[in-house]
Design a protein around this ligand. Structure first.
Ligand SMILES: Nc1ncnc2c1ncn2[C@@H]1O[C@H](COP(=O)(O)OP(=O)(O)OP(=O)(O)O)[C@@H](O)[C@H]1O
Ligand SMILES: Nc1nc2c(ncn2[C@@H]2O[C@H](COP(=O)(O)O)[C@@H](O)[C@H]2O)c(=O)[nH]1
Length: 188
């Protein structure tokens, strides 16, 4: 266990919605041996999403109860939808794996950095607005969801300079290769 405690690192994938964070993080995570800690959300699942894979989908009442019990390390509200990561799940994952990863927006990434300091590596994945829009359309998101996401584009991109790593995601295989090579420099 001491060996895990010495090595433990949290890789936070951030960046604009639709830039490909989840796809890149999933592939890099598998290649680098990172374990994902999933967020909880009160948002209804989208057609392509699965409970326990993309998020833990819970009711607003369940979220509020967990929040009152101080179970979340941080929470986020966007347009009446709540998101959060449970501290206990980060701790439990660290009992088994030295390296975990999270997918968070700018606010969550910043807060996790404040809590865990230099144990946190922030990786911003990005693509231009047009790419984001076309990928989300192809994924089947509604135009309403896409326009809501794009409203946050500049804000999320504005975090680029504060991240340890930033990679443009155009050719997926190249992005995965580049991010994997960088993350391997952090993993001993
Ligand atoms: N380099 C790429 N080239 C083409 N398509 C990609 C690339 N990277 C990701 N995609 C596709 O773009 C879509 C959005 O990717 P993904 O879900 O990983 O993004 P995200 O940033 O996690 O977005 P969100 O937070 O909205 O779920 C997916 O359908 C994914 O398969
Ligand atoms: N700070 C946090 N941000 C989170 C969390 N879970 C997801 N997110 C981010 O929210 C937006 C919107 O997500 P969507 O899936 O509804 O499009 C996106 O940037 C996510 O990465 C969390 O627990 N904390």
């Amino acid at each position: 266990m001491d060996e895990i405690n010495d090595k433990k690192l949290i890789f936070v994938f951030t960046g604009p919605d639709g830039s490909g964070r989840k796809t890149v993080a999933g592939r890099v995570g598998a290649l680098c041996g990172l374990q994902r800690v999933l967020s909880y959300t009160t948002r209804p699942s989208r057609l392509y999403e699965k409970d326990g894979i993309d998020y833990h989908f819970i009711t607003r009442e369940q979220f509020i109860e967990a929040e009152q019990n101080e179970e979340f390390i941080e929470t986020l509200e966007i347009d009446g939808v709540y998101y959060g990561i449970k501290s206990k799940e980060i701790d439990a994952t660290f009992q088994q794996h030295p390296y975990v990863y999270l997918i968070l927006n700018r606010q969550g990434s910043k807060l996790v950095k404040e809590v865990f300091g230099d144990k946190v590596i922030q990786i911003l994945i990005y693509a231009d607005r047009n790419k984001v829009m076309s990928r989300l359309l192809e994924r089947g998101d509604t135009t309403e969801v896409i326009y809501k996401n794009l409203e946050r584009y500049e804000q999320e991109m504005g975090y680029l300079k504060e991240c340890d790593v930033n990679v443009e995601n155009y050719e997926l295989d190249e992005t995965v290769e580049e991010v994997t090579a960088i993350l391997n420099t952090y993993i001993k």
